[in-house]
Design a protein around this ligand. Structure first.
Ligand code: FAD
Length: 374
């Protein structure tokens, strides 16, 4: 009998748990640990902020969903992993102390490194969790005139919600007849298209121009004041409302493993095994792969890790390899909503599509997750 521990109840952890439950016989024990019993469908948080869906629509109960699949669920905070003694140290929660394992899937996502941007905590809005998204939405609904600055910091690696926020805000202001009173400026530490390719960058540029949204590239914010942001080159930009995504770093629970890069992301091979430790796999935002960090990548990685872990338990060689692809939908651009599919590890040309269909497809994907897990 093998004890399999899955750390994290996001896209990566949930998919790994479900697939392992399908592939392993009942004699093996599968346990999922997460700090919250709610799974959050993050891609819907911009829609939540703008009142297009409700809090109950963006989450489901993990304990309930996991029990249905014969996976034990423990609500607890993971402090660190001891790979030599094969145990996980739990800081607090339903359980305290240590949890032993034979095999581990690390899916704790990334952390928000707000400490790297002076004044972020005091003066910036963001929408990276449910409460912050609702709070930003309330501020937007009372905002009538001035300059709104939206953007990412160096190391954020999540462009989609920034563009979606800009498009949703422009639409809301137009509907309220207040578009002329508000200037929307989007800032990025990178040139447009550097994260998602030139073709998609050009498509976004057309939508930005059409919606009269200013775009400032190479704008690396290092500090935030009450009414202005400052870049590493001393540029200053005033704002009346700021929504800024802070830098990302790897989960601190991985830092003791000795297998992370300089930003704390875990080194894995193409089978999603952690390089340098037996019996440990890592998936999702926590791993050291280039490019944006996205939910569909975590899903695919959870799939690959589960297939290879099941094979390892049965004494077989790895059966599945991961290919690093980017698939994204930038919603709220009406008939110009964007779909992009690109293989990040090859030079194969990207597939780009535009149209209302892609907004609809993104919503259907959310509903699929809700229905299949609740
Ligand atoms: C606003 C927003 C919009 C997005 N839009 C898109 C999109 O359009 N398309 C797309 O593909 N991706 C999108 N993403 C990215 C996507 O949500 C992430 O890539 C995905 O959630 C990563 O999954 P994960 O399982 O690696 O980590 P997460 O989803 O972050 O899950 C981590 C899990 O670990 C738990 N956890 C963390 N630390 C601890 C600890 N110390 N102890 C115990 N539990 C812990 C958490 O509670 C959670 O259960 C978006 C993200 C955001 C925030």
């Amino acid at each position: 009998m093998a004890k399999v521990l899955i750390l994290g109840g996001g896209f990566g952890g949930v998919v790994a748990a479900e697939r392992l439950a399908q592939q392993l016989s009942d004699e093996h024990q599968i346990t999922l640990v997460a700090r919250s019993r709610n799974f959050i469908f993050y891609p819907a948080l911009v829609r939540l902020a703008f009142g297009h869906c409700e809090k109950k629509d963006v989450s489901f109960d993990l304990r309930h969903a996991m029990l249905d699949r014969r996976v034990n669920f423990i609500e607890a905070e993971v402090a660190r992993i001891d790979p030599y003694e094969k145990k996980v140290i739990i800081a607090h929660g339903e359980l305290e102390g240590q949890l032993p394992y034979d095999f581990l899937v690390f899916a704790l996502g990334r952390r928000l490194a707000t400490e790297r941007i002076t004044g972020f905590y005091e003066h910036a809005h963001h929408l990276l969790n449910v409460d912050k998204a609702i709070q930003f939405g309330k501020t937007v609904s009372n905002f009538q005139a001035g300059r709104v600055v939206l953007g990412q910091c160096p190391g954020t690696r999540l462009p989609v919600p920034v563009y979606e926020t800009a498009f949703a805000l422009a639409r809301l202001l137009s509907e309220r007849g207040e578009r002329d009173r508000v200037k929307i400026t989007l800032v990025s530490p990178n040139p447009l298209g550097s994260e998602i390719g030139d073709e998609a960058g050009n498509a976004i540029q057309r939508v930005l121009k059409d919606r009269q949204i200013e775009f400032l590239p190479d704008f690396s914010i290092i500090s935030v004041f009450e009414d202005a942001v400052i870049t590493d080159r001393g540029r200053r930009l005033k704002f009346d409302l700021l929504m800024l995504l802070p830098p990302f770093r790897g989960s601190s629970a991985a830092s003791y493993l000795g297998v992370t890069n300089h930003e704390g992301y875990i080194n894995v091979d193409g089978t999603m095994r952690v390089v340098g430790h037996e019996g440990i796999y890592a998936v999702g935002d926590s791993v050291n792969f280039e490019g944006p960090k996205m939910g569909h990548m975590a899903v695919r990685q959870g799939d690959v890790a589960a297939a290879n872990l099941a094979a390892e338990i049965e004494g077989h060689e790895p059966v599945s390899r991961y290919t690093h692809e980017m698939r994204l939908v930038i919603d709220d651009a009406g008939s110009e909503s964007i779909y992009l599919h690109k293989n990040i590890w090859t030079d194969a040309p990207a597939t780009l599509r535009q149209g209302r269909f892609w907004s609809w497809a993104k919503r259907v994907q959310k509903e699929y997750w809700e229905v299949s897990h609740s």
